[in-house]
Design a protein around this ligand. Sequence first.
Ligand code: NAP
Ligand code: F7E
Length: 322
Amino acid sequence: MKTALITGITGQDGSYLAEYLLSLGYRVVGMHRRSSTLNFERIAHIQDDLVLEPGDLLDEASLIAVLRRYEPDEVYNLAAQSFVQTSFGQPVLTGETTALGVTRLLDAVRTVRPDARFYQASTSEMFGKVAETPQRETTPFHPRSPYGVAKVYGHWITVNYRESYGMHASSGILFNHESPRRGLEFVTRKVTFHVARIAHGLAHELRLGNLDAQRDWGFAGDYVRAMWLMLQQPAADDYVVATGETHSVRELCERAFAVVGLDWERYVRVDERFMRPAEVDLLVGDATRARRRLGWSPSVTFDELVSMMVEADMDLVARQVK
Ligand code: NAP
Ligand code: F7E
C-alpha cells in the first residue's frame, strides 16, 4: 500500500485529494496545523479513514517528524496562505508560508525521504499581468500580489530542487478551481452563498469588487486528479491545468442568480473595499500538455459548476434556517 502525505488537508483541495487517494487504496496522512477549535468540516466524512498529524509549514522540525514517522511515497504540498486579498495585508506571513514553506518542506523531503515524489501547488496567479493569452507552461510570470510573488518563489524552488538534487518534484500550475467546499471569501462561493441567502429572504444585497475580472474556473474534484497523474509520470515536470474557457465575475453573477430565477442586477452592488491594489484582469489556460501527456480533461462545465454550488448553498441555507 502506498502512503501519501498531504499538507493543507483541511482546505478545499486537501479534502478532494484525500477522497481521491483513498479511493485508489492509499494510506493518506493529512498534516494540519494546531488551532483552538477543530476545523475538520471538509474532511469530517472521511476522518476515520485518514491519519491526521499536526505540523506547520512555518516549523521545519514538525515537517521532518511527520516524514520520518510515515515515510510517504508521495508528498502533496497544498498548504498555503491562499487568499490573494489577505496577502496584501499580511505579505510577510504569506511569504513565510507560501514561499519559504515550500523550501522547508522540500528540504525536509530531500533529507528524510529523497525518493518521495513531490507535488507543488503552483497557480495561474503567477502569470498575473499576462504576457500572452492563453497562458501555458512557457508564458513568462508577472505576479500582481504578494501571494503571486510567493507562489513564483515556490514554483522556482521546486524546479531548483528537481534540477539540483534530481528529485521527482512537479509543479501544477492550476487555474481557479471551485466547489461547494470553497472558502466563503473567494468570489464564486461568496456569490453562490449570497444567492442562497437572498433566495431565502435572509439578505437583500451582495457587495463585490471588480466585476470585469475574468477567470478560467473549473471544478476542484477534476483538478486533484491531475495532481495525482503528475506524480505517476516517469519524469517530473510542470503542467498547466485549466478548462480553456474564461468568464467574468459579472457573468458568474448573472448565471448564479439565474439558477434561482433572480435578476442579478437588482442585488449586486460594487464596493471599493473589495477592489485590489493591483488586479489580475484576464486568465485563461492552455492545458494541452496535461491533456496530451496525462490524458487529463475537465468533466464539469462552468454552468454545471455554478449550478452545483448554488444548489449546495441552497441546501445549506435551508438547513440553517430550519
Ligand atoms: P485553502 O482552502 O485555502 O487551504 C489551504 C490549506 O493550507 C488549509 O488546510 C490551511 O489550514 C493550510 N495552511 C495554511 N497555512 C498553513 C501553515 N502555516 N502550515 C500548515 N498548513 C497551513 O486552499 P485550496 O483552495 O485548497 O488550495 C490548495 C493549494 O492550491 C494552495 O496552496 C493554493 O494556494 C493553491 N492553489 C489553489 C487554487 C484554487 O483555485 N483553489 C489554484 C491554484 C493554486 P487551515 O485550515 O488551518 O487554515
Ligand atoms: O477572486 C474578483 C477579484 O478571490 C477572483 C485563489 O484560490 O485562485 C484564487 O485567487 C476575482 C478577482 O480568487 C470580489 O478581484 C470581485 O479578480 O475568488 P478570488 P483569485 O484571486 O483568482 C487562484 C488561482 C489562486 O491560486 C488563489 O489561491 O474576483 N472579485 N469581487 C472578488 N473576489 C473576492 N474574493 N471577493 C469579492 O468580493
